[in-house]
Design a protein around this ligand. Structure first.
Ligand SMILES: C[S@@+](CC[C@H](N)C(=O)[O-])C[C@H]1O[C@@H](n2cnc3c(N)ncnc32)[C@H](O)[C@@H]1O
Length: 238
């Protein structure tokens, strides 16, 4: 078992809140990897993603609600575990969201943060980072909050400013896999086509379109090399 999975396996989740749950991947992952849990509530500001998360997750102890994480509609100290995965760089106000996460977390409850970072050991041309940063640029020209990913240290510094105890940090030890899965490649092409529509009439559209095509050509040839995330688990100070 790798050290990230070992860390999840040590947590008895209780009532879990997953912030920026997207299409439900992180909630599903926690249902599988936490030692146990009572229920998982996933929230996301996108109604479209919440609908997809509901369709993707058939687990009866998991539910999804559309909500802005910078203004959580929960009372204070009501969750045993609060998590956010691969989303800090998506948030317009990450510090505000982290403070909301701590508000609804019980004292001594678990805060879990997983975030992909940009300073990976090796910078492969087919690394996910390049296409990820391209998606982020397309989002930004469309007014959607999406920054480039942080460095590993920037993630740790952001967490280090919070009132936490017992901070544990885990990294995936293995070299990230290269995926040549046909379904995944088709989805990347489909997403690229949707991005082209979103770029119509936008500033710098031509340069962005060209860069996107260049990245897809590399990925078609070499597959996508996924990137590692860093995982931090800590307790809210009593
Ligand atoms: C990369 S996706 C989440 C992935 C998901 N956590 C997972 O690991 O499967 C980032 C998500 O952040 C959401 N998001 C951005 N700003 C938000 C906010 N203020 N409140 C809640 N969700 C937000 C987006 O709608 C998007 O679904």
């Amino acid at each position: 078992m790798n050290s990230v999975d070992r860390l999840f396996g040590e947590i008895s989740g209780g009532r879990v809140l997953d912030i920026a749950a997207g299409q439900g991947g992180s909630a599903g992952m926690m249902a599988e990897k936490l030692a146990d849990y009572e229920e998982i509530v996933g929230v996301d500001v996108s109604e479209e993603n919440i609908a997809k998360a509901k369709a993707n997750n058939k687990n009866e102890r998991t539910r999804f609600v559309a909500m802005d994480a910078s203004d959580l509609e929960f009372p204070e100290n009501c969750f045993d575990t609060v998590s956010v995965f691969n989303s800090l760089h998506h948030l317009e106000k990450p510090d505000r969201v982290l403070s909301e996460m701590l508000r609804v977390l019980k004292p001594e409850g678990h805060l879990i943060i997983g975030e992909v970072f940009q300073d990976q050991a090796t910078d492969y041309p087919n690394s996910q980072r390049h296409i990820h940063h391209w998606w982020a640029a397309v989002d930004r020209v469309n007014g959607v909050s999406h920054r480039e990913t942080m460095t590993r240290q920037e993630v740790l510094d952001m967490v280090g400013r919070l009132p936490l105890t017992g901070v544990k940090v885990a990294d995936h030890e293995e070299e990230p896999p290269v995926s040549r899965d046909e379904h995944m490649l088709r989805s990347l092409h489909e997403y690229y086509r949707r991005c082209l529509q979103r770029l119509e009439g936008k500033p710098a559209a031509e340069a962005l379109k060209e860069r996107g095509l260049e990245l897809l050509t590399i990925i078609d040839r070499d597959g996508v090399r996924w990137e590692k995330e860093v995982v931090v688990v800590a307790k809210k100070s009593a």
